[in-house]
Design a protein around this ligand. Structure first.
Ligand SMILES: [Mn+2]
Length: 310
């Protein structure tokens, strides 16, 4: 039995099929997906249906785009760059089925493979926490996602809403005072704040907090920013053996691209940006790649901007 970990698919169902064909899959093999199965690309619904139909062998963790879908189901606004129409306009029954499946997927998944502790998350983890605490925080998010009132909170805290609010206050000539910002943050449940680690982090500032604005490549990395996995790697070396996993898989950072270190492995190789969809076989670290065959539904004129906001 082999386990393949697959990078961010982003609705590129045809590319996924091409990658799967190159794996020579056996019926008992397992497929892990590091999240962001949907959005940006043309076939999000097909990817979700594939993962749901094959849940006996497909293990998913949630990415920021799955969280975005959940927020949209609970009233958050879509953005112009979204390609979620098919998923959002499903019949009530089908929509409920997709929603129930998505909200039951974990933020962090861990298993023992070939005597090694292997884990995956979509973006990263806060290595100031112990592995036990990291798992506890992921579990707390997973419980929250199963409650409608908590998903309503998520929709309320959604960036699209903040952007809208800011536009309204700017239009009215109001200044947002710092106390308002503090109020907004203090009302946000802790689990929503923790999401930034599991689904969004790329780099950390000097105090070890995630930085939202940098999404560039390794070459463009600001000298005062540190990729989260460098801090994670440091923590792994400082902690007694056996605490953190032997290898942590993640995606999300397309501009940085494929990352294959001993302790961590980044698999977003920019499938949606015309590059590759990647998979690694856990047992022997063999890399498989399929060139993308899908054209993003994103108009060319906004792709450049998107690279900055994605
Ligand atoms: Mn992502």
């Amino acid at each position: 039995m082999a386990t393949y970990v697959i990078g961010d698919i982003h609705g590129c169902f045809k590319t996924l099929q091409r990658l799967l064909q190159s794996l020579d899959l056996q019926p008992q093999d397992r497929l892990w997906c590091v999240g962001d199965l949907i959005n940006r690309g043309p076939h999000s619904l097909e990817v979700v249906e594939w993962a749901m139909k094959n849940q006996h062998r497909v293990q998913v963790v949630l990415g920021n785009h799955e969280l975005h879908l959940l927020a949209c189901y609970f009233g958050a606004e879509t953005s112009d760059n979204d390609t979620l129409d098919e998923l959002l306009s499903l019949s009530e029954r089908d929509r409920r089925e997709v929603l129930e499946w998505v909200r039951r997927q974990p933020l962090l998944y861990e298993a023992t493979i070939a005597s090694q502790k292997v884990a995956m998350v979509h973006a990263g983890v806060d290595a100031r926490w112990t592995w036990t605490e990291i798992k506890k925080r992921a579990a707390r998010i997973e419980i929250a996602l199963r409650q409608d009132d908590q998903l309503e909170e998520l929709a309320k805290a959604h960036p699209s809403r903040k952007r809208r609010k800011r536009k309204i206050s700017e239009a009215q000539g109001e200044l947002t005072s710092s106390s308002n910002i503090r109020d907004e943050v203090s009302h946000k449940p802790q689990w929503i704040d923790d999401l930034k680690w599991f689904t969004r982090v790329r780099t950390l500032d000097q105090s070890g907090e995630p930085v939202g604005w940098f999404k560039g490549s390794a070459d463009e990395l600001h000298p005062q920013l540190e990729p989260w996995f460098i801090a994670y790697s440091r923590a792994c070396h400082q902690t007694a053996l056996g605490t953190y996993p032997d290898r942590l898989f993640y995606g999300h950072w397309a501009a940085y691209g494929l990352q294959r270190a001993d302790l961590y492995c980044g698999l977003d190789s920019g499938c949606i940006w015309g590059r590759h969809l990647s998979a690694v076989r856990v047992e022997d670290n063999q890399l498989y790649q399929a060139e993308t065959v899908e054209t993003a539904l994103i108009p060319k004129n906004i792709r450049t901007t998107l690279k900055e906001v994605h």
